[in-house]
Write a protein that binds this ligand. Sequence first.
Ligand code: ACO
Ligand code: ZN
Length: 284
Amino acid sequence: RDRNTKFADASKIECIHFGEFEIDTWYTAPYPQEYSENRVLWICEFCLKYMNSEYVGWRHKMKCESKHPPGDEVYRDGSISVFEIDGRKHSLYCQNLCVLAKLFLGSKTLYYDVEPFLFYVMTECDEFGMHFVGYFSKEKRITSQHNVSCILTLPIHQRKGYGNLLIAFSYLLTRHENKTGSPEKPFSDLGLLSYRNYWKLTLCYELRNQSTPVTIVQLSQRTAMTPDDVICGLEALNALVRDPVTGTYALRIDYPALEAHIQKWEAKGYVKLNPAALVWTPYV
Ligand code: ACO
Ligand code: ZN
């Protein structure tokens, strides 16, 4: 990127035009100054290029050849796909993605140093193309304990279960790596709510058929969640009881409560992850 590019101190961008939608922004993002001076920013929903007028946006739409994200499609189940995108190979797309995500992420995120990351973009397909729904980024560093760096569902698609699907997908990758992982902190309020919900729900599914004693380490290995996050999920289920005499902890499982929680979730009809639809080998 051109080091002379000027960045605005305060962005005036109030909403983005994205595909067929106008989306109000939540936070400022470091778009170059000439783009930050407009109230509306036009963003190509496929290649994520940003433009500062409707005319330029329209002209780009006429000639843009992408109908899906770059990179490798590593998951497809029905209309849902996930693309794995290498920050080194597709740096412009990934930079555009990070700066777009910043509009909805309060904490500091990276924008231009995308090389050390892989990006997993979830799309939903119709006759017009594979539409961006959300994404998460993940460090390539094999020794990293984090299986997600930043995660986002576009506001127009929030509260429909896609965030949960992205989180489930991130743990599926970690399971394939024979590891455990946890998202990078700090959480946003919405991030914490979504992860707590996922951890609790995952343990409901894990424990509903458990009739023999099980340890936290075993639950951690089965779910790819770290032991700390397993404990967090168990606490949410009120399943951890401390013996007042010995000070040790035991699991107490309320099976009807697990079933009730699962039924309540499934009644929402959200798309479920299909582990068999993953075609992927870990990054080396
Ligand atoms: N209020 C209350 N509960 C919520 C909310 C909310 N706004 N959002 C999610 N949850 C909980 C609920 O239990 C929800 O289930 P329900 O909707 O059936 O009640 C459950 O999480 C699953 O929600 P999803 O619909 O799967 O989540 P969504 O697609 O909306 O995505 C996400 C969640 C990614 C956190 C989204 O809110 C987002 O993009 N926020 C802005 C960016 C952000 O804050 N990212 C996380 C930063 S932290 C990190 O990156 C590690
Ligand atoms: Zn484009």
